[in-house]
Design a protein around this ligand. Structure first.
Ligand SMILES: Cc1cc2nc3c(=O)[nH]c(=O)nc-3n(C[C@H](O)[C@H](O)[C@H](O)COP(=O)(O)OP(=O)(O)OC[C@H]3O[C@@H](n4cnc5c(N)ncnc54)[C@H](O)[C@@H]3O)c2cc1C
Length: 371
């Protein structure tokens, strides 16, 4: 265990992907960085384990070559409901399915190489204007990054809990030792929930159930998805379900004084977008630039810009979740015009402008009206 220092430039609270990414980005700017997490690596979490092409690019800008890890590439996204299916490839590059523990270990190794001071099994119990209270004593810090997840105590301590909007759903993840049956990450839409399936190895898939009902479990939901159930039936799950809350939350501010939030602590988009990791990689780069400039208002502006597109897409997905009539018409319309779905996907991964997308949206609306 690395002993905590008396003082540091940046103290990162939380050593999940956001904390590690922030630490890496700040080290690249030459800051002395200390990170503490109450858990011990490799840290697991309920996650769909899919990283979109823009997420892989953002990770590369932190020096993280996720393609070198033992993951599984996928070409695009496939939507399926009871009556129709549509799929499209990413306009450039590929996505990657990567076990959460493998991602975490890779990031920890990179942080060690970069010279981040890592303190595992250390709970932070408060912050003061001078620094952070960790293991019961003060560590002086010029800057503090709160990367302590969706329930973020740092957010509360810093008085940053106020948000524009918030809604919650519940996710349950399980792995199955089954060879991926396609080259896409699949989202299966049901009446009360969605299943999304990410290929993560040559002989393994990650299955996530997302719904508004905290009591609904994968094995109760699977009979509603006979195609998926049939494919998974050959092999039982390789582990127990791991659950988590997925929130759609936009904070009014993501910094105060010398404290900045990132990752799920700084707000989040629904898990069905598969954008959580991409967002936090991008936020880390923006935070490090703002720290180097000594001005966290730059981070606030960039955080807002980064979040806009995923929030918009999440809003659209949640409309499809809530309105089954709209959903089946939309998926049927997209199935008839797969180039529209390809346009949506290009917009989702930042390869198409909002104006182009709006033109696409109008065509989709027209198609739905004329079906
Ligand atoms: C069901 C589900 C599926 C998802 N699927 C995807 C997907 O396919 N693709 C994608 O990109 N995103 C996905 N996401 C989102 C993604 O998982 C999150 O955005 C990401 O995990 C956020 O990472 P984080 O580091 O901000 O938070 P966390 O991973 O929650 O890390 C926070 C860390 O802070 C530590 N901590 C908390 N309090 C303290 C304290 N007081 N002192 C010290 N340490 C502390 C915790 O131990 C923890 O390690 C999904 C989310 C859910 C719920």
């Amino acid at each position: 265990m690395t002993p905590l220092p008396r003082a540091t430039d940046l103290f990162v609270i939380g050593g999940g992907p956001a904390g590690l990414a922030a630490a890496l980005a700040a080290r690249r700017r030459g800051l002395d960085v200390t990170l503490a997490d109450c858990a011990v690596p490799p840290i697991d979490k309920a996650c769909g384990e899919g990283i979109m092409p823009d997420g892989l690019a953002a990770a590369r800008s932190l020096g993280l070559d996720l393609d070198a890890a033992a993951g599984h590439p996928f070409r695009g996204i496939r939507f399926r409901d009871r009556d129709s299916a549509v799929e499209a490839a990413f306009p450039n590059g590929h996505g990657l399915g990567l076990r959460r523990t493998a991602l975490h270990q890779l990031m920890v190794n990179q942080a060690i190489d970069a010279g981040v001071r890592l303190a595992w099994g250390v709970r932070v119990s408060g912050i003061t204007p001078e620094g952070v209270i960790a293991d019961g004593r003060l560590v002086r810090a010029r800057w503090i990054a709160g990367a302590d997840g969706g329930q973020s105590p740092v957010r509360r301590w810093a008085g940053l809990d106020a948000c524009h909007h918030e809604s919650r759903r519940f996710g349950f993840r399980r792995h199955y030792p089954v060879a991926p049956w396609g080259q896409y990450m699949e989202i299966h839409w049901g009446d009360r929930c969605q299943l999304y399936i990410t290929p993560i190895a040559a002989a393994e898939v990650c299955v996530v159930l997302i719904s508004r009902d905290p009591r609904l479990r994968l094995e109760d939901a699977l009979p509603g998805f006979p195609e998926v159930q049939g494919r998974l039936a050959a092999a039982g799950p390789s582990n127990l379900e791991r659950g988590g809350v997925t929130a759609s939350r936009r904070l009014k501010a993501v910094y105060r004084g010398n404290v900045a939030l990132l990752g799920d602590a700084s707000g989040s988009v629904d898990a069905i977008t598969g954008e959580g990791l991409c967002l936090l990689f991008q936020q880390s780069v923006a935070l490090a630039a703002a720290l180097a400039a000594g001005d966290l208002s730059l981070y606030q502006a960039e955080h807002r810009r980064i979040g806009r597109r995923p929030e918009w897409m999440a809003g659209l997905m949640l409309q499809l979740d809530r309105r089954s009539g709209l959903r089946s018409r939309a998926i049927r319309a997209l199935a008839g015009r797969p180039n529209l779905f390809a346009g949506m996907l290009a917009m989702h991964v930042g390869e198409l402008s909002t104006a182009d997308f709006l033109a696409n949206g109008l065509s989709l609306g027209w198609r739905m009206l004329t079906l």
